[in-house]
Design a protein around this ligand. Structure first.
Ligand code: NAD
Length: 420
């Protein structure tokens, strides 16, 4: 395992680079340099053996000038304050880039969810929600799934939150979280949204580059919500998944891996490891694999200088948040590898979260086709904005994406000022 950098300082570095490119006012840069609220809670949970264990949970509310705080909840043993701060800031830029009326937030609990039973996970989630209390809310701060959490987790958050408000308000509280199951008020298309959004960006990139996706090859790091759906959708377009990896290990098959069968294997065993139509490879071999497209969809800071030199792809489409460190991005760009940044590429999730929230607010249920059509239109429109802005100002895509988001935030601050 390599030592990881600090996500928050990397996000800050990217902010400063974009701020310089668009001459962001010092006042706005100062406001954005720290999150508005940093909430840390410690809460006891009863384990299955009746013992009590104390957990540490975070909720970082980075900015809400454009709308309620919005961002996922992560369950992972490596969660730290700086990681959650970095992820929360990225949510602010992401919402602003897409002109979604939300701010940015992120939450997390530092523990390994794989080591707990379903009933322990339920109690951990409900106790965390209760500990956060009114620090979340349907018009204030709206969580969603992230690494280690899923639709079931969101339903537990929703149910806990709903049950501490008055009877009359209960149903209006559904939208306190997004990414719920359909039965609990989730949206059609939310489960696939982030992966679908990744593929919309790759499709736009391919169109601009006159690159044929049919028959090309790709590799994916992480085969969870984002990686698995992105792989399935890209495979449908005729691209071939030649290598994949997760927390347990990496596998390859130059002839192509069947994404549906692989997903069944992961559902049954918890990992891609041991999939029978494949050969195990090392992490290093995985990054050096011959593939046209590389999709990081696991954790942040996975592509350092070393991996950047190994990668043989034409494009890196960042499904994960913060997977590429700045020095690695420079190497990739110098080598002529395009880098499509996280706040653009993985934003399908927050986009459809917004649609879910709107449906709940209006007591509506939208058809899957309607959700998918809206998502495609918005992803492609934002992709076009970033591409054109980057070309006009001679910026890389990441700086252009940040700059567009920052521009919207700056306008809001310059019109509203600070109260009182
Ligand atoms: P997930 O928990 O569903 O899947 C994570 C995957 O990464 C799993 O396959 C896991 O085994 C793998 N992984 C974990 N640690 C690893 C390691 N050290 N090395 C290699 N693989 C490892 O999570 P997800 O929701 O798919 O999120 C993945 C990334 O996408 C994260 O960066 C997350 O912040 C980002 N993201 C998620 C969403 C969403 O809607 N779920 C939206 C935007 C961005």
């Amino acid at each position: 395992m390599q030592a990881k950098g600090n996500l928050y300082s990397i996000v800050q570095h990217q902010l400063e680079k974009a701020a310089k490119a668009v001459n962001l006012s010092r006042e706005v840069a100062t406001i954005l340099s720290q999150p508005k609220n940093e909430i840390i809670v410690h809460f006891p949970v009863r384990m299955d053996d009746n013992s009590y264990r104390l957990f540490k949970g975070y909720r970082i509310q980075h900015n809400n000038i454009l709308g309620p705080y919005k961002g996922g909840i992560r369950y992972h043993e490596d969660v730290t304050l700086d990681e959650v701060k970095g992820l929360a800031a990225a949510m602010t830029w992401k919402s602003a880039l897409h002109d979604i009326p939300y701010g940015g937030a992120k939450g997390g609990i530092k523990f390994n969810p794989r080591l707990h039973s379903k009933s322990e996970l339920e109690r951990i989630t409900r106790r965390y929600t209760h500990a956060l209390g009114s620090n979340i809310g349907p018009e204030f701060d709206i969580p969603a799934p992230d690494v280690g959490t899923n639709a079931q987790t969101m339903v537990w958050v929703m149910d806990t939150y709903m049950n501490v408000v008055g009877f009359h308000e209960k149903n209006a509280m559904r939208r306190v979280v997004t990414g719920k199951t359909i039965a609990a008020g989730g949206s059609y298309g939310r489960d696939t949204a982030t992966g679908q959004g990744v593929v919309h960006c790759i499709t736009e990139w391919a169109r601009d580059r006159r690159f044929n996706l049919n028959g090309c090859s790709f590799a994916v790091q992480g085969f969870g919500n984002v990686g698995m759906h992105a792989a399935k959708i890209l495979a449908k377009l005729g691209a071939s998944l030649v290598a994949v990896g997760d927390y347990k290990g990496y596998i390859t098959n130059p002839e192509g891996l069947n994404t549906h069968k692989l997903a069944e294997h992961v559902a049954a065993t918890g990992s891609v490891e041991g999939y029978k139509h494949s050969k195990p490879i090392t992490r290093e071999e995985f990054f050096a694999v011959e593939a046209d497209i590389f999709i990081p969809a696991a954790l942040e800071l996975e592509i350092t200088e070393k991996e950047a030199k190994l990668l043989k792809c034409k494009v890196v489409a960042e499904g994960a948040n913060g997977p590429t460190i700045p020095e690695a991005e420079e190497i990739l760009l110098d080598r002529g590898v395009d880098v499509l940044p996280d706040i653009l590429v993985n934003s399908g999730g927050v986009m459809v979260s917004y649609y879910e929230w709107l449906q709940n607010k209006r007591s509506e249920r939208w058809e899957l086709e309607e959700v998918e059509e809206k998502l495609e239109k918005r992803m492609k429109r934002t992709y076009g904005h970033v591409r054109d802005f980057a070309a006009e100002r001679k910026l890389d895509f990441r700086t252009a994406a940040y700059a567009i988001g920052l521009g919207r935030i700056e306008t809001a601050y310059s019109e509203r000022g600070i109260f009182p």
